[in-house]
Write a protein that binds this ligand. Structure first.
Ligand code: FAD
Length: 452
């Protein structure tokens, strides 16, 4: 079998790249080792986590919030089995949808684990260990990432788990200890807190959501503490002991001269980040270079040291986000077709899916200071927004950073209800090099959250 373009890995980077390549007229194949397409995002990432997020928000609303609307719920109970099954159905509907898109675009789907044999040859091993070989003029590596593991906190799938298992727990933990106060830890920690677990988050840094604008992450921390999540910041986890039904996590408090401390719970979820996944891909044999983090090294055109072997998504530098992988997938396909495929990394939005949500695009205030850029800052609270008041969700603020001399928008940070949807306006504004006055003079329907 011979193809123009073969993509290894069918996550959001890979499948989007395959579709764009097929649209551009390439004879395209996609290789995936798992039974379902969609990668981390659809199977054990973005989508299942959002399904749980919404279910847990409904549960909390029924328990604590509906009464103020005059909606009385008697004998409330949680049917976790149904909640998890609903998530499973959403995942299978969407992964099935990707299958359909592959067929519709006449993309050859190959099931098995791909390995590079040369710059044009790929060996595919299926589940039974049967091997076959294909050749391809161009190859796109889109093999994604897997949860990073601490050597003293090995996943056992029961007491010490990764985000993957946290999406399918059979019962609500009594005490969930989350190692890592980043995006995934905060999101899934919030889910299980809403469903009834006591949640303690241990974070090495002295702030949560470490890459975020400090004013916003400090405010988010205050709000989450009020919701009952417990935080141990500036604490470095050093070990864990599993006894019969308990895990004791030991850590050092770096603010108090590394004072050793312990906390015990029934489940520990380690969310210390993810590592690029290229195991068994044949990179070492071919001399395809990786950096210290394990990311495949590419040039500005996504090429590895072999001009016809490209790499995208979580496997390469940059934020590990589905929409970043997708945009890179489109750009690579267009570059292979001789077009000007391009990704504007300054406008990659990022979202922390807590409630309220923290959504950001562009520079943080700290980054602008570090770069010595003169800026103006404007903030506005959700407490003064009519729609937020009607929703009874007034916590948070919107912060706009603009260049002092030109008023060009350099960064927007929104901590508030549905910030994940509202950030799109700021992304477009930045993509079109808008000034903050452009946004201010643009209509915003009243009353909506977007007026903030
Ligand atoms: P992946 O999605 O990881 O896909 C890679 C695919 O390659 C996999 O299917 C894998 O099986 C396959 N593969 C690997 N090696 C081989 C091989 N040798 N042969 C064949 N197939 C192979 N991002 C967001 O933008 N928004 C979110 O809300 C969000 N939430 C998340 C929540 C959680 C709990 C997690 C874990 C992640 C979340 N992410 C989110 C991150 C997002 O899932 C990833 O950034 C995204 O999936 C990366 O896409 P990718 O295509 O690079 O890789």
């Amino acid at each position: 079998m011979e193809f123009d373009v073969t993509i290894i890995g069918a996550g959001p980077g890979g499948y989007v790249c395959a579709i764009r390549a097929a649209q551009l007229g390439f004879k395209t194949a996609i290789i995936e080792k798992e039974k379902t397409l969609g990668g981390t995002c659809l199977n054990v990432g973005c989508i299942p986590s959002k399904a749980l997020l919404d279910s847990s928000e409904h549960y909390l609303a029924a328990k604590e919030e509906l009464a103020q609307h005059g909606v009385v719920v008697e004998k409330l109970s949680l049917d976790l089995k149904t909640l998890i099954a609903r998530k499973g159905k959403i995942v299978s509907d969407l992964t099935g949808g990707i299958d359909y898109l592959m067929k519709k675009n006449k993309i050859e789907r190959i099931n098995g684990k791909g390995k590079l044999l040369s710059a044009n040859e790929i060996e595919i091993a299926d589940n039974q260990g049967q091997k076959r070989k294909i050749t391809s003029k161009n190859i796109v590596l889109a093999t994604g990432s897997i949860p990073a593991e601490l050597p003293f906190l090995k996943f056992d799938g029961k007491n010490i788990i990764s985000s993957t298992e946290a999406l399918s727990l059979e019962k609500v933990p009594k005490h969930l200890i989350v190692v890592g106060g980043g995006v995934i830890g905060l999101e899934l920690g919030s889910v299980w807190k809403r469903l009834g677990a006591k949640v303690t988050i241990i974070e090495h840094s002295d702030k949560i959501a470490a890459g975020s604008d400090t004013q916003m992450s400090t405010k988010l921390l205050q709000i989450l503490k009020k919701q009952g999540l417990e935080f141990r910041l500036a604490c470095k986890v050093t070990g864990a002991k599993v006894t019969k039904n308990e895990v004791v996590v030991s850590f050092e408090n770096t603010k108090e001269s590394n004072k050793p401390e312990e906390v015990s719970g029934d489940v520990v979820m380690a969310c210390i980040g993810r590592r690029p996944y290229s195991d068994g891909l044949g990179l070492e044999e071919l001399g395809v270079e990786k950096d210290k983090r394990g990311s495949v090294i590419i040039n500005d055109h996504f090429q590895t040291k072999y001009p016809n072997i490209y790499a995208i998504g979580d496997l390469v530098r940059g934020p590990m986000l589905a929409h970043k992988a997708e945009e890179e997938g489109v750009a690579v396909a267009e570059i292979m077709a001789g077009q000007a495929g391009h990704v504007n990394y300054l406008t990659v939005p990022s979202v922390v899916y807590t409630w309220p949500e923290l959504a950001s695009v562009g520079y943080t205030e700290e980054q602008l200071k570090e770069k010595g850029i003169d800026y103006k800052v404007g903030t506005f609270p959700f407490t003064a927004n009519g729609r937020a008041k009607a929703m009874a969700s007034t916590e948070g603020l919107c912060k706009v950073l603009a260049e002092k001399s030109t008023d060009k928008v350099l960064g927007v940070h929104i901590l508030g209800p549905r910030a994940s949807d509202m950030i799109a306006e700021a992304v477009i504004a930045m993509e079109f090099s808008a000034s903050s006055e452009d946004i201010a003079r643009t209509f915003h329907a009243h009353p909506t959250l977007s007026e903030v």
